[in-house]
Design a protein around this ligand. Structure first.
Ligand code: ATP
Ligand code: MG
Length: 444
């Protein structure tokens, strides 16, 4: 294996970082990283039999593609001075593992495995692992100053491992949050997604709101925002964080719940009785989310999905087959199923009586959807219609847009429940439609 091959070539090589951390936690590591004394060209020579990719030669990294997945092999290095708060100006290769471990971000990420299987742990990583703590290696303010992305990484590991952040590291993460303005948006988005999908997401969002508001300022007005409405028992931000936890740990759904009420503060008004309302907040929020996700360089597909869910998150779930069928026809089956998950998550922290009522309506809507989908005459898109373009042309409609118009008219009537999705019935209706359009034909 790789370690043996590198050691046979006379180089030191150690599994390091996340894989050591995850092994000690009894979890299957997502990937393996090796640190080696070999310079990249020596690594390549020692591993001549492997499929290698030069992923980051400048930073000393060669990736070996093995049956167990890609393994990154990085030469022992220190990171030189950072002038932009993100990229070291240069990296310097160093002779020892000890110096390499010192550049790593957190104590739990700064351990290596020696050839005899013992753990090399110079910064108390095992102790912090046992205590469930994310702690910077060295002085937090210096480490965040070198690379501000580490602020978000601290939150990500706290969420992913469901750990606390050690008090001094936590204090500096909050105090130094403005440094995040220097970090590229793609990196911010990747870390945010990691924070949102971890088991500690809601708690981390509640504890480090200001860090999140640094990268999404549009969310800041939610903190402490009193909704003045008996249906809501929490301020908007607390509700948001609870809604995040309440939905499945899927990146799109979690991002949706993070942003679902972003339009609320702008839509807020109180009626004569002093009760707060947020009419139109879904539409306002969908537009804001679109801007935010565009700015964060989120993929177009993900952005489109989040915006759709936010647009529809606040409708009254329609409990009937007909209305759910219409929604499925408009948005697609899978989208509606996921939208139902958003509705549920949004109800999770309501006042108990409101929650009971909401959950009952949602369950009824879900059942109605499943019944509509299971029906023999299911029809959620033009493709499901029991007739097609050829049938329409056979009635004498010339090939072209007119065919589509007839099909759409039939589809609309099936959705409205006026027509069953049965061939004979549809053909009869199509005949009526085409005759209406060509009265001279009926004269014949
Ligand atoms: P994951 O399982 O989420 O991939 P990981 O610990 O492997 O966790 P990576 O981002 O893959 O995290 O980084 C691998 C290792 O490189 C880390 O464990 C850490 O030692 C080091 N590292 C990565 N990014 C930084 C950084 N910005 N500053 C300091 N050390 C870092
Ligand atoms: Mg990794």
């Amino acid at each position: 294996m790789l370690l043996t091959a590198l050691r046979r070539a006379g180089c030191q090589a150690y599994p390091v970082g996340g894989c050591v951390r995850d092994s000690l936690l009894g979890r299957e590591p997502a990937d393996w990283d090796l640190a080696t004394s070999a310079l990249p060209e020596q690594t390549e020579a020692a591993l001549a039999g492997y499929r290698l990719v030069e992923t980051g030669l400048k930073h000393g990294t060669v990736t070996a593609l093995t049956d167990g997945g890609p393994v990154e092999i990085t030469t022992f290095r220190t990171d030189g001075a950072y002038h932009d708060g993100r990229h070291p100006d240069r990296v310097a290769f160093v002779p020892s593992l000890e110096e390499d471990l010192a550049r790593r971000d957190f104590t739990v990420n700064a351990m290596a495995l020696a050839p005899d299987g013992t753990v090399i742990d110079l910064y108390g990583g095992r102790e912090d692992l046992a205590a469930g703590l994310i702690r910077c290696v060295g002085e937090p303010s210096r480490r965040f100053g070198e690379d501000a992305l580490r602020i978000l990484r601290a939150l990500r590991f706290a969420s992913k491992l469901d750990f606390a952040i050690e008090p001094e590291t936590a204090r500096r993460a909050l105090a130094d949050r403005a440094l995040l303005d220097r970090v590229s948006r793609e990196r911010v988005m990747a870390e945010l997604s990691g924070i949102l999908t971890g088991p500690g997401a809601g708690r981390v969002l509640r504890q480090y709101g200001p860090v999140i508001f640094q990268v999404i300022p549009e969310l800041a007005p939610q903190a402490g925002f009193d909704q003045k409405n008996p249906n809501h028992i929490h301020d908007i931000w607390t509700h948001t964080t609870m809604a995040v936890d309440a939905v499945e740990a899927d990146p799109v759904l979690r991002l949706t719940m993070l942003l679902h009420d972003v339009g609320k503060p702008a839509a807020f008004f109180t009626d004569e009785a002093g009760v707060g309302h947020f009419y139109g907040h879904a539409k306002i929020g969908a537009e804001m989310a679109d801007d935010i996700l565009l700015r964060l360089r989120c993929s177009g597909e993900m952005r489109r999905q989040v915006v759709t869910f936010i647009t529809w998150h606040d409708i009254e779930p329609p409990g009937t087959k007909k209305a759910m069928a219409r929604l499925a026809a408009k948005l697609g089956e899978d989208t509606v199923r996921r939208l139902i998950q958003c509705w549920r998550a949004d109800s999770a922290d309501r006042a108990p009586a409101v929650r009971e009522r909401n959950l009952a309506v949602i369950a009824r809507s879900e059942q109605a959807l499943e019944q509509a989908l299971a029906g023999e005459e299911r029809c959620f898109s033009l493709r499901d219609l029991a007739v097609d373009g050829r049938d329409i042309m056979a009635l004498g409609v010339p090939e072209g847009p007119a065919v589509g118009r007839v099909l759409k008219a039939l589809f609309g009537r099936v959705l409205d429940g006026e027509l069953a999705n049965r061939r004979e019935e549809l053909l009869a209706a199509a005949r009526d439609i085409t005759e209406d359009c060509n009265p001279q034909k009926t004269d014949v």
